[in-house]
Write a protein that binds this ligand. Structure first.
Ligand code: IPE
Ligand code: IPE
Ligand code: MG
Ligand code: MG
Ligand code: MG
Length: 299
């Protein structure tokens, strides 16, 4: 069931992203190419799918209607995520050569272009969010969602977390500091994908509260599993170089706790995520299965 769910949602997201790329004109053909190279290189599309699944959990609208309402924000989150990957791979950061099964953006276009492609994807993402149809979704709700996303991606969120990640290279952090690092660099964007979908779908404050907990838990689990796959996964499956964390002496869960305890921790956090969904009936089935997918994935 989950396979089919992911397949159809991914196809919708791919189609919407392809359309978004067509509207991404630029003063420079090379900049346009660099942006679309990374944005259309595949990837799991987890963040946009979470926007859709959280919306489905909270709305009575048919999915066809909901999809149109949620897709601009869903695409914008994938644009912000893709920018973060382009910059994460730069020589000044993780210095990786492979991403989504292709040479990294800077390997193809050079560092200067890939810095600008990241900047442009981030900025254009905010333009795409404003294309959300308002009506059922009020301007006030959309404004709140845009604020949440800015906060999750910015200095107190992903960008801040990336800085902490760099400062933590070669160090052994306390467990609570490592959790904070993972929450900021990866968890926040995943959490806000969930809460954005919920808020745009008209979720009640109680639903938003429960889904914030869910998003926070799967976000942490996602990065713990990413750390584990960096050791246990194969480069061909991951589409990015395995062993990169050890090579850069990164602060990771396996480095601090070992593989087995990291797996236990990931399972514990996924169990918490599932518990947060107790108040939801059938409509949250996709969110429950996505939580399982996050821990079972091989790439
Ligand atoms: C990789 O994210 C970077 C992290 C935040 C761990 P994903 O594993 O979601 O990468 P794609 O989008 O599938 O390529
Ligand atoms: C990156 O974490 C998180 C981002 C915000 C991009 P990693 O550096 O572990 O991500 P990968 O393993 O390169 O995808
Ligand atoms: Mg990194
Ligand atoms: Mg990296
Ligand atoms: Mg990693």
């Amino acid at each position: 069931m989950m396979k089919d769910y992911l397949k159809t949602r991914r196809a919708w997201v791919e189609q919407a992203l392809a359309h978004t790329v067509e509207t991404l004109t630029s003063e420079s053909e090379i900049l346009t190419k660099s942006m679309s190279y990374s944005l259309l290189a595949g990837g799991k599309r987890l963040r946009p799918i979470l926007v859709l699944a959280a919306g489905e959990a909270c709305s009575h609208e048919p999915i066809a209607t909901l999809k149109g309402q949620l897709m601009p924000v869903a695409c914008s989150l994938e644009m912000i995520h893709t920018y973060s990957l382009i910059h994460d791979d730069l020589p000044a950061m993780d210095n990786d050569d492979l991403r989504r099964g292709q040479p990294t953006n800077h390997k193809v276009f050079g560092e200067a272009v890939s810095i600008l492609a990241g900047d442009a994807l981030l900025t254009e993402a905010f333009k795409v969010m404003t294309q959300t149809p308002t009506g059922t979704i009020t301007p006030a709700i959309l404004m709140a969602v845009i604020q949440d996303i800015a906060d999750a991606a910015g200095a107190n969120g992903m960008a801040g977390g990336q800085q902490i990640d760099l400062e933590a290279e070669g160090k052994s952090l306390q467990l609570c500091d490592l959790e904070h690092l993972h929450h900021c660099k990866t968890g926040r964007l995943i959490e806000v994908s969930v809460t954005s979908g919920a808020k745009l779908a008209g979720a009640s404050p109680q639903q938003v509260e429960a889904l914030t907990q869910y998003g926070r838990s799967i976000g942490l689990a996602f990065q713990i599993v990413d750390d584990i796959l960096d050791i246990e996964g194969a480069t061909e499956d991951l589409g990015k170089p395995s062993g990169s964390d050890q090579a850069h002496d990164k602060s990771t869960y396996p480095a601090l706790l070992g593989i087995e305890d990291s797996k236990k921790k990931a399972q514990l956090v996924i169990d918490q995520a599932l518990k947060s969904l107790d108040g939801f009936a059938e409509s949250a089935t996709p969110l429950r299965e996505l939580a399982q997918y996050i821990i079972q994935r091989q790439s």
